[in-house]
Ligand binder design. Structure first.
Ligand code: SF4
Length: 352
C-alpha cells in the first residue's frame, strides 16, 4: 500500500516504496514526539475541546510554542473542514489511503482545500507537495475549479512565511496527477526505478540501496577533479547545486552505513577493520558542589562559575512565556550562508 505521507519519496523514487516495505519504522525522535504533541493539541481544539492541557498524551510537556503553533494552524483552517479522517483514492491507479490533517470542498467557489500541519524546522514546500496533492484527490470533487494545498509550518523560516499555499487551477491539475500516477504505477510495478536525491535522507531503505551506494561512490570518485577555469557565476551556482546534492547523497549513505555497522556490533557481530568504542567522556567532580567549593576555598582558589543563565529557547522550554522571553531577548543575525531559493526555477529543477 502506498502512503501519501511517503509520497515525497516514492514520487521521486518509485523504488523506495518496495525498498521500505518491511523496514521497521524509526523510533520516535524528540522532534517527532514534539510534532505529535502539537498535532494532538490542534486536534483537541478542532474537535471543540478547549481545555488547555499541560502534558500531551505522549508525555511531552506543552509549551507556549506548541500552543502558538497549534493556534496558527487552527485559525488558518477555520471552520467547516473535515479533520483527521481516513480517506482513500484510486485516482493514481493503485488504492492509496491516508489521513489528511484537514480537507474541505467549498461548493460556492468550487475550491478543494487541503491543510497539512508541520511542526518540524526542516522546510516543507507547498509547491509540488505530492502528499497534499494526493489528499486533494480523496474528495473526488469532479467539478472543482481550483485546488488550494496549504502547508502550515510555524517553526521553519521561509521567505513566504509560515502559511504557504500551492494553488492549482483545474486546467493544470491533471498534469500534476499524471506525475504522481506514473510514479505510483511504477512503484507497484515489477521493476520500479530508483532515483537518488534529497528524498534519500529519510528513506528507510537507504542502508541497502544500491543506487545510493553507487551515487556516493561516484561522487567520491570525482571529488578530486579540478579545473583551472574562469567560471561564469551562473555555472558556479549550478556546480554548487550539484555538488551539494552529491555531498548530501554521501552523507545519507554514510549515515546508513554507520547505523548498520553499529547495529551489527551491538548485536554481537564482528566487522572487519572496525570496532565500537564509547565516545570521549568528560572528567566530572565526584563530590557534591558544596564540597568542591569548600575544597577550592581551602586552597585559595574560587572554583565557582560566574553567574550564567540558560538561553531564551531553553527558558521557553522550561516554561517561561514566549511573551516575556520575547521582551527580554533579541534575535541576532547569524553569518551569511547560501540557501536554496525554491522560487528559482533552476534550483527547483535540481532539487525536486
Ligand atoms: S535510498 Fe534513495 S534511491 Fe535508494 S530507494 Fe531510498 S529514496 Fe530511492
Amino acid at each position: 500500500m502506498l502512503r501519501p505521507s511517503n509520497a515525497p519519496r516514492w514520487v521521486r523514487c518509485a523504488g523506495s516504496a518496495r525498498g521500505e516495505a518491511g523496514e521497521p519504522e524509526q523510533p520516535d525522535s524528540d522532534a517527532a514526539r514534539e510534532g505529535t504533541a502539537a498535532h494532538w493539541l490542534a486536534t483537541q481544539w478542532t474537535g471543540g475541546l478547549a481545555d488547555l492541557h499541560e502534558v500531551a498524551p505522549n508525555g511531552v510537556q506543552l509549551t507556549d510554542e506548541h500552543v502558538q503553533a497549534a493556534r496558527l494552524y487552527v485559525d488558518t483552517v477555520g471552520a467547516g473542514a473535515i479533520h483527521e479522517q481516513r480517506m482513500a483514492t484510486e485516482t493514481f491507479g493503485p488504492l492509496i489511503e491516508g489521513t489528511p490533517d484537514a480537507i474541505d470542498y467549498d461548493r460556492d467557489t468550487r475550491t478543494v482545500r487541503v491543510w497539512d500541519f508541520k511542526y518540524g524546522r526542516g522546510v516543507v514546500e507547498s509547491v509540488d507537495n505530492y502528499q497534499t496533492l494526493i489528499y486533494s484527490a480523496m474528495l473526488h470533487a469532479t467539478d472543482a475549479e481550483r485546488y488550494e494545498l496549504t502547508i502550515v509550518q510555524p517553526r521553519a523560516y521561509h521567505p513566504d512565511g509560515p502559511v504557504r499555499t500551492w494553488t492549482i487551477p483545474a486546467a493544470e491539475y491533471p498534469r500534476h496527477i499524471e506525475i504522481v500516477r506514473d510514479s505510483a504505477l511504477n512503484a507497484v510495478g515489477d521493476a520500479p526505478l530508483t532515483r537518488v536525491g534529497r528524498q534519500c535522507r529519510y528513506c528507510r531503505a537507504r542502508w541497502k540501496c544500491n543506487s545510493l551506494q553507487v551515487a556516493g561512490a561516484d561522487a567520491a570518485d570525482r571529488a578530486d577533479a579540478a579545473a583551472m577555469i574562469d567560471q561564469p557565476i551562473a555555472d558556479a551556482a549550478l556546480e554548487y547545486t550539484y555538488l551539494t546534492a552529491a555531498f548530501k547523497a554521501l552523507e545519507y549513505r554514510l549515515a546508513a552505513l554507520d547505523e548498520r555497522l553499529l547495529g551489527e556490533i551491538r548485536g554481537g557481530g564482528k566487522i572487519p577493520g572496525y570496532t565500537a568504542t564509547p565516545g570521549q567522556g568528560s572528567t566530572v567532580w565526584n563530590l557534591p558542589v558544596d564540597a568542591i567549593v569548600a575544597a577550592g576555598d581551602l586552597v585559595g582558589v574560587d572554583v565557582r562559575k560566574p553567574l550564567d543563565v540558560i538561553t531564551p529557547k531553553q527558558a521557553v522550554k522550561a516554561g517561561v512565556s514566549m511573551l516575556l522571553v520575547g521582551a527580554l531577548s533579541e534575535k541576532k543575525p547569524g553569518a551569511l550562508k547560501l540557501a536554496v531559493d525554491n522560487r528559482n526555477e533552476l534550483a527547483r529543477k535540481v532539487f525536486t
